[in-house]
Each structure stands twice: as structure tokens, then as C-alpha cells.
Ligand binder design. Sequence first.
Ligand code: PEP
Ligand code: MN
Length: 376
Amino acid sequence: MKLNLNIQPLSSWITATKEPLLISGPCSAETEDQLVATAHLLKNTGRVTALRAGIWKPRTRPGEFEGIGSIGLEWLKRAKAETGLPTAVEVATAKHVEEALAAGVDILWVGARSTANPFTVQEIADALKGHDVPVMVKNPVNPDISLWIGAIERINNAGITKLAAIHRGFSSYEKSAFRNEPMWDIAIHLKTLAPHLPIICDPSHISGNRDLIGYVSQKALDLDMQGLMIESHIDPSVAWTDAKQQVTPAALSDLIDHLTLRKPDTNNAQVNDKLAELRNNIDKIDDLLIQKIAERMKIAEQIGTYKKENNITILQVNRWDEILNKRVNYGKALKLSPDFTEKLLELLHTESIRRQTEIMNEGQAAGQQAEKLTHV
Ligand code: PEP
Ligand code: MN
């Protein structure tokens, strides 16, 4: 089901100076000189459309730099007056919203830690009522699309129609090369639920280090995200927050120069014909897959009936291990990643077991009802 959001197009509140749309600036405003000098260098790249800076910083541990506070708003005013760049800050309380709006900040964003807390989001939404300011909502720290959607809906219900989502990756227990796992499928899911909601990618917080930012940015553009928010600092080596992931304005410019801009479609008839042919082939295979999966389920049900008649348990771990090992190896030979084959088989197996359980427990209405509820 699509989300019922009342949203104005991105172009109604921000126009990219140059493609791709780029919002950049330091993780934190530290000093007036640092902010204003960074803003000038960013403006001079000719690439940047808006200046970001954290004034109030949500820190995971107390004692870390918690942001310069309201004085930073004065610095942002000066940076905007001198460069002409519209400004963006993170807001986490009603007071932040009021102060930022009073200081003429152009765009507000809700940070990942705030999105994870509906009380905070509602407080921000209430403070926004009656204001016509663009708001960007970062995904929550944890991989929960409902929290992300909930925050977007709360802000939208407050009358904010100049809305965008920011994809900044998700916290994960397993350590990887990324500071925050991109989990692109969650951003894609949001896009399918709300096709008109612009999504901006924040490769800085996904990457956590400078080296991955180009790769993540390219992937975001290839997934048709509408823009990038990248942290930039005049001298990242001495940055007070997120030093490892910030880039100088010159490095930012170079990074953007190396991105390839692709279009979602083309007018070239030959290319379109070829694409249509390939998509047609995919559709045929998908139909076959569904048909075969339905056949597989029918057989699983027959096995269920047979096991019931002969008092055999549904799950036989040895048999499952055998299916898994054989198919994962077969998949490997056909260039399917073991991880993919395993996930696919597990999905099929869970559904087979659910059906067999239904057959085993026929007549036990309460249990069946409970199984159904856990499988919605
Ligand atoms: C930030 O943008 O500097 C920030 C704190 O980001 P996030 O809310 O994504 O952690
Ligand atoms: Mn940061």
C-alpha cells in the first residue's frame, strides 16, 4: 500500500546549482572562522546548493562535544549572507526549531537518534505547525522502516509539505567496512511506498571514513536518489566531530567530478527496445518461478499429510541440512552467492513448514489462528 503523504516536489524548495544536488558543510559548526571559511570554499566549488552544519550535536556518550549551541546560528547567518548559500541544521527539540526559524535557517533536518523516538518527533512536529519550512527526516538509527515512515508522517501531519527523507544507514551489531550499514533495500522499500518523497543519501554517515564516500555516493545516484549530503570541513584532521569521514571542499569537488550521472530513462528507441526485450524475459522467468514455487508448496503439503498419517515430525534437521548444502553448492557453480541461495531456501523452507504445521494441526483452531497471526 502506498503512503498517503501530501508532498511538494523537491524543485519547489531547492534547485540544484549543478547535478547532483549537493548539501555540504561541516559535521559541527566549531568556530565562526571555521564555518565561514568552509562555506566560502564550498561555494567556490560551484557544486554545492546548501550549507549544512550541526549546532546542537546528539552525542552517544556524555563529555563529547555537544555542539556550539545557539551562537552558531549567528555564524550560519553570516555564512549565508556572504556566500548566498541557504542553510540547514539539525533540530532535536521544540526550542531548536523555534531558534533555527527565528535565525532564518532555510532547511531543518531531524537526526537519526531523534527519528528513533516518536515523542521527540512529535515535539518537533508540534513546533513546526504553521511554518512553511522544508524538513528532511533521517532514517532512525535502527533498521526499522516503520519508525522512519512514522516520523515522516508526523512531520507531514503538522502541515510540512516540503519534505525529504535522508538515508544515512543503520546501526548493526555485526561490524563491517561501513560505520552504518546502508541496507539499501530499506531505502528502496520507502521509495516504493512513497514514490514522490525525495530521498537524499548521506554517504558520510554510512561510510564513517573518507575512502568509501565516493563508492556510496555513486551507488545512491544509481538507485535514483535525488541528492547527496556530504560532510566537509576546511581541515578534517582537526575536526571536533566525525573527523575521519569529513573531506576538504577541494576533495569534495574532486569526488563529485568522478561520479557518473545516469538518467532513469532515455529517449533512445533502440535502447528502449532492447530494455523492453530484456524485461520481457525477466517477466517470463518470474512467472515461471512463481509457478514452480506454488508446485513446490503443493508437494510440501502432500509430505505434510503423509507425515501426519505416519506420525513423523515436521522438521528433520538432517534432511534440511542436505537440501541446503546441495543447493548452496549447486548455486555456487551457477555463480549465485551462497548467502543469497541460503536466504532464498530459508524463505521457502519457512513457508513449507508453516503449511505442514497447518496440516498437522488441522482441527486445532486456536493454534492455527496464532500461527496465522505470527505470519502476517
Ligand atoms: C550529522 O548529520 O552530523 C549527524 C549527527 O547525523 P546522524 O543523525 O545521521 O547520526
Ligand atoms: Mn556528523
